[in-house]
Design a protein around this ligand. Structure first.
Ligand code: HEC
Length: 117
């Protein structure tokens, strides 16, 4: 039991050492969008593009998406009332476990301009 805890702690520290930048403090401008960037890369970029200003293999460019739109798509899989989707397809699955990360995703997707950096 204690040993498992140690192994877990070791894995945690070593995976932290692998990230490019030193882990940022929770506060401060940029911290939220940096977290959003990580979530986006891990959970969205397989279908959307690594670069959210571009269309991906399945999903459209999502840069500049509103908080409401991201909330609907990610948590319930639908769209805000009266929103006209960029695509008519229904391929994206809801990812409700990312509910807590919606504000971070929103911060990230709105921290970059439509034309790239
Ligand atoms: C399984 C592939 C897949 C994954 C994973 C995925 N998406 Fe999507 N997404 C799509 C597709 C395809 C569409 C276009 C509508 C459809 O077919 O559902 C879409 C549409 C969207 C839209 C609406 C775009 C618009 O303006 O009409 C947003 C916003 C969005 N995705 C955000 C995200 C975010 C944020 C994540 C990660 C948390 C994510 N998606 C993960 C495939 C995916």
């Amino acid at each position: 039991m204690f040993r498992a805890l140690l192994v877990g702690l070791f894995l945690m520290t070593s995976s932290m050492a692998c990230t490019k930048k030193a882990p940022q403090a929770d506060a401060g401008p940029g911290a939220l969008s940096e977290r959003g960037r990580k979530v986006y890369l891990a959970s969205c970029s397989s279908c959307h593009n690594l670069d959210p200003t571009k269309d991906g293999s399945l999903g459209p460019a999502v840069v500049g998406s509103s908080l409401e739109l991201i909330q609907h798509r990610v948590v319930t899989g639908d769209y805000p009332p009266d929103y006209k989707p960029k695509r008519e397809t229904r391929l994206m699955v809801a990812l409700p476990h990312l509910k807590e990360d919606v504000p971070a995703l929103h911060a990230y997707l709105n921290s970059i301009s439509q034309s790239g950096k």
